[in-house]
Design a binder for this molecule. Structure first.
Ligand SMILES: C[S@@+](CC[C@H](N)C(=O)[O-])C[C@H]1O[C@@H](n2cnc3c(N)ncnc32)[C@H](O)[C@@H]1O
Length: 374
């Protein structure tokens, strides 16, 4: 064997072994997410956070579950480092387990910006229609949003909820000074929130700006029912209203000071028509704001963490859901700035400005209706 082939054999073996290691780590990570799903859905984390140390019998009793399953789950969670055990050497049913407070914030504290338990619901949601997804890849047809079930829509809403309630009104919108001023001025401003999902962005805006009236629009009936209930529960039923409407429907009319679309343009089969609706709703004086994924400017091999996640959502959910209605632009989750720019221009906007709002996942675009005179 000559030196060149020896080196290439070494490189081959190194890369193969690294990939074997990565496959094993990915499998462990996937198990993590589905075991977290069990813990969140069955109320295990909540019960553990509310108590100190619990045995499997105690946790099963508190959550209405079967002790043998609970014991296996507790052991699994401890082996992977999510839970702590008081005395590993005690008899299996006598062992007491607890959820460390830093992990509890991530898994149980719904209002925390570090709350990530909904990621497990998203993972369950994206694989819910796997057999139909295989068929979609062969046929080229899409998969309706509803086919992903409650885990998907709840996962999206719960992931974004803390940001909408804690950052949108208090940090993000104040960076856009004319919008911030208008939302505080008289007569009370009107906001249209397109693709509002469970309505947390609409509620976040109304909570921060106490005179503002918000109309949320979404295609998904179940989301609108839940959004309406959320607004009533937040005591905002009089100022925040929700409607089942397709944003690409040209008969969607109104006059608004601010028109928003949070993480939904890339999901739409006809984003150009939706943006045209937004332009009409904002008129000459309103502002159009789009928040979408903070992906790179161009396709780059290996990419970054954001793109790893966004392409994952795209191949399993956003692209097929966006192709359910035909014809479709088939955008996918990885909607780059230049793609949005093209859609906006086709819709009649003059320019797209990136807002100086710093967020790991999201980029904010202000779509300009009128170009400044040259
Ligand atoms: C990823 S979710 C985001 C929901 C919400 N904005 C949030 O951030 O939690 C995308 C939403 O867009 C909605 N949607 C997709 N196409 C739409 C359309 N043509 N008109 C109105 N809503 C649409 C979906 O029903 C879904 O609720």
């Amino acid at each position: 064997m000559n030196t060149t082939s020896q080196i290439s054999d070494e490189i081959f073996a190194h890369e193969r072994d690294a990939f074997v290691e990565r496959m094993l780590q990915s499998t462990a990570g996937t198990f993590d997410m589905f075991a977290i799903y069990l813990g969140e859905r069955l109320g295990f984390y909540k019960a553990l956070a509310e108590n100190d140390w619990l045995t499997s019998d105690e946790l099963a009793l508190q959550t209405g579950t079967h002790e043998r399953y609970v014991r296996e789950w507790l052991e699994q969670q401890t082996v992977v480092g999510i839970l702590e055990v008081e005395d590993a050497n005690s008899e299996a049913k006598a062992r007491r387990f607890r959820l460390p407070a830093p992990h509890a914030e991530v898994l149980v504290e719904r209002d925390s910006l570090n709350y990530l338990a909904p990621l497990a619901r998203l993972m369950a949601g994206v694989v819910h229609p796997l057999p139909s997804l295989l068929e979609a890849y062969r046929s080229g047809r899409g998969l309706p949003f509803e086919d992903y079930g409650p885990d998907m829509r709840e996962g999206i809403a719960e992931m974004n909820r803390p940001m909408f309630l804690k950052l949108l009104g208090t940090e993000w919108l104040p960076t856009i000074s004319d919008v911030h001023e208008r939302l505080q001025a008289d007569p009370p401003a009107r906001v249209a929130d397109i693709g509002c999902g469970f309505g947390w962005s609409s509620i976040g805006i109304a909570q921060t700006y106490p005179e503002v009236k918000v109309d949320g629009y979404d295609l998904d009936e179940t989301s609108i029912e839940i959004a309406t209930a959320n607004a009533v529960e937040a005591d905002l039923g009089d100022r925040v209203k929700f409607y089942v409407r397709d944003a690409s429907d040209p008969t969607l009319e109104g006059q608004y000071d601010l028109v928003t679309a949070f993480e939904c343009i890339h999901d739409m089969s006809d984003p150009v028509s939706a943006l045209r609706t937004m332009l009409n709703l904002a008129g000459a004086n309103g502002v159009v704001l789009v928040m979408d994924e903070r992906v790179g400017d161009s396709f780059t091999p290996k990419g970054n963490e954001v793109e790893w996640l966004m392409y994952g959502f795209s191949v399993l959910h956003c692209l097929p859901a966006g192709m359910a209605d035909q014809p479709s632009q088939a955008t996918g989750t990885v909607m780059r700035t230049k793609t949005l720019h093209r859609y906006a221009t086709e819709a009649g906007f003059c320019d797209v400005e990136i807002m100086p709002i710093d967020n790991f996942f999201f980029r904010f675009y202000r779509l300009q209706a009128i170009c400044p005179a040259a």
